[in-house]
Ligand binder design. Sequence first.
Ligand code: DX5
Ligand code: ZN
Length: 214
Amino acid sequence: MIAPSILSADFARLGEEANAVAGADWLHVDVMDAHFVPNLTLGLPVVQALRKATDIPLDCHLMIDDPDRWAIGYAEAGAYNVTVHVEAARDPIKIAKDLRAAGAKAGLSVKPGTPLEPYLDVLKHYDTLLVMSVEPGFGGQSFMSEVLDKVRTARRLVDTGHLTLVVEIDGGINDDTIEQAADAGVDCFVAGSAVYGAKDPAEAVRKLRAKAAR
Ligand code: DX5
Ligand code: ZN
């Protein structure tokens, strides 16, 4: 699956930009609060508006403090998947239950320096694992291939039936890096600058998909 990140889109034309990637599987929406990460982007009102503007399932990536309080609003707004950061969550199992009860898939994200091992039981409650391959906060950074060890671990746990989740990667994915991520076992690839920095975003999605499938 390919999930273009609208962080690299033209925010003045978000509806059009969403529909410029019509073949995409998910539309990745980066919510940042200037506390959990240094950057500030968008929040619930924009997600509510986007939900009406496109049929592409919304993949909300919450880079915010106190997701225990705020995540459910994104599920109630109709997001398909809502991902919180394990580093910010107080009770990640409760968050997953709340998200699922509100009708969304529940996602858990780990920053590049955060190990998976302490969270293997928590991940049993989740539908998505988002492995960050850059420090969260900004688009256009370079891919950190060292996180692929976590992808391989997650892939193995899914393939052996210990976890049931989509393995997603976020940060620095482009034509040059997507193949190594695919080889490591990623199911869903977030791409911001590689899609919205291209002249034809829909064509960029098709190219990424073809490379990942090789
Ligand atoms: C970074 C965001 C990413 C970002 C990726 O904190 O979570 O989703 O949009 O951008 P690229 O693909 O340009 O690295
Ligand atoms: Zn993201």
